[in-house]
Design a protein around this ligand. Structure first.
Ligand SMILES: NC(=O)c1ccc[n+]([C@@H]2O[C@H](COP(=O)([O-])OP(=O)(O)OC[C@H]3O[C@@H](n4cnc5c(N)ncnc54)[C@H](OP(=O)(O)O)[C@@H]3O)[C@@H](O)[C@H]2O)c1
Length: 268
């Protein structure tokens, strides 16, 4: 058996993290850069990406590379795939993390909240994965498959839609259930091409999307009390799972939805 140090070594791997400069995406980028990966981070706000990449590059030992991408359009996903093809000869790790939410009462929930959220959270994720398949296949082997990790949610696992203040996130929960289902479907399709496809299903982690419930220590404490383990998620909770998934440790795992949620999905 290899040593544990070797089994978790992912130095030099080429990765793409969508939404990689904020919230959960930033936690994932930091974990990969810390492990020595070369990470492209892509989303709409270039200055935020550039600022975060500078911070990551100052720490190393890996590197972060910003690229502006609006994944809500076909042109946006195509441009990002073209950027990757122009700059790398293969891709080891694709993290489909970009996402959005929309809260309103059930009686007022607008049609456009379905179009916008399903489009980014599901269609863009599926389309970007499809476009990057040749790069994911380029160096993948049975011993070291390429990894696709989709960011789902505990809200895609349990029938919960309450976002507080009388707002429900109906299209969001449906989109995350779709992410989980598509993850399993793609894992079957792509196993023989040496690509694993898994999802993480986070519980509450501090982020821009969750700012309404996590932007102060008091709010985080209140939210943490709703979680069986009694706290919200921390960057290390995310980093350890991602490092494991991307290493030798994750090479025989595909089609799984891994809850990183302090027990929320299993709560009665
Ligand atoms: N935080 C939680 O508690 C939690 C729990 C479960 C699941 N999640 C999931 O985690 C993922 C990250 O969310 P977060 O909570 O970390 O919130 P966040 O900080 O708001 O991150 C959302 C990311 O998506 C990017 N994005 C939004 N629209 C985009 C577009 N049209 N094209 C490309 N990128 C776009 C944003 O970057 P730009 O604004 O620069 O485009 C941002 O980096 C989401 O899929 C979310 O559903 C979060």
């Amino acid at each position: 058996m290899q040593s544990f140090e070797n089994m978790f070594d992912i130095k030099g791997r080429i990765a793409l993290v969508t939404g990689g400069a904020s919230g959960i995406g930033a936690m994932i980028t930091e974990a990969l850069v810390d492990a020595g990966c070369k990470v492209t981070i892509a989303s709409r706000k270039y200055h935020a990406l550039e600022h975060f990449a500078d911070e990551m590059n100052a720490k190393g030992p890996g590197s972060a590379h910003p690229v502006a991408a609006d994944l809500s359009t076909a042109e946006g996903t195509e441009a990002l795939a073209a950027h990757m093809q122009a700059n790398e000869d293969h891709l080891d790790i694709l993290i489909n993390n970009s996402g959005a939410t929309w809260g309103d009462s059930l009686d007022n929930f607008p049609r456009k909240a379905w179009d916008k959220i399903m489009n980014l959270n599901v269609t863009a994720m599926a389309d970007l994965t499809r476009l990057l398949l040749p790069m994911l296949e380029a160096r993948a082997t049975a011993e070291n498959p390429s990894r696709v990790i989709n960011v789902g949610s505990v809200m895609g696992t349990r029938p919960m839609a309450d976002a507080g203040g009388g707002n429900g996130v109906y299209s969001y929960v449906a989109s995350k259930a779709a992410v989980h289902h598509l993850t399993k479907t793609y894992s079957n399709e792509l196993a023989h091409r040496h690509i694993t496809v898994n999802a993480i299903a986070p519980g509450p982690f501090p982020s821009r999307m969750m700012a309404y419930a996590t932007d102060s220590a008091e709010k985080r404490e209140v939210l943490g009390k709703t979680v069986p383990l009694g706290r919200v998620g921390e960057p290390e909770d995310m980093a350890c799972v991602i490092r494991w998934f991307c290493s030798k440790g994750g090479s025989y795992i595909t089609g799984n939805i891994i809850a990183i949620d302090g027990g929320a999905a299993a709560a009665p």
